[in-house]
Write a protein of this length. Structure first.
Length: 142
């Protein structure tokens, strides 16, 4: 059975994000830093008369911080709060069959926590990301 996915690039890697996790794809304007926020929080941004928390996806996944000039973001809603998940780029929306992660697949750093399966596009495997898993659980409680 096929599902609809958004194909994007994060930390230089192609990924698939289930369409039901995507509220919208936007270009973020000015980001205001939040004093004493966790390193993965880039700051806050205004989006359609609401404030969203901007997540530095590279940092959240345990990699180098996302470049400061990156403005493209996937908006997702987790536990009633809007988050802007920064992405390097967005390619397309397409239908794919969800496949399980193979037991021999070694995922490093945050990919291991956020990866829920794979899809195959033109013979290339793309990791399916759970956007909620990118946001550390302790920040959701705050």
């Amino acid at each position: 059975m096929s599902e609809l996915f958004l194909v994007a690039h994060i930390a230089g890697r192609g990924v698939a994000i289930a369409a039901d996790q995507v509220d919208s794809v936007v270009d973020i304007g000015e980001v205001i830093a939040v004093p004493r926020a966790e390193a993965f929080v880039r700051g806050l941004a205004a989006l359609r008369s609401r404030v969203v928390t901007v997540i530095d996806t590279g940092t959240a996944l345990g990699f180098a911080p996302t470049e400061h000039d990156v403005r493209r973001a996937v908006i997702t809603i987790v536990e009633g709060h809007h988050y802007a998940i920064l992405v390097d780029s967005v390619e397309d929306v397409a239908s794919f069959a969800r496949l399980p992660l193979s037991s021999g697949l070694a995922l490093h750093r945050g990919w291991a926590a956020a990866g829920t399966g794979i899809v195959e596009r033109h013979g290339e495997p793309l990791l399916i990301l759970d956007l909620a898993a990118i946001i550390p659980a302790d920040s959701l409680a705050a």
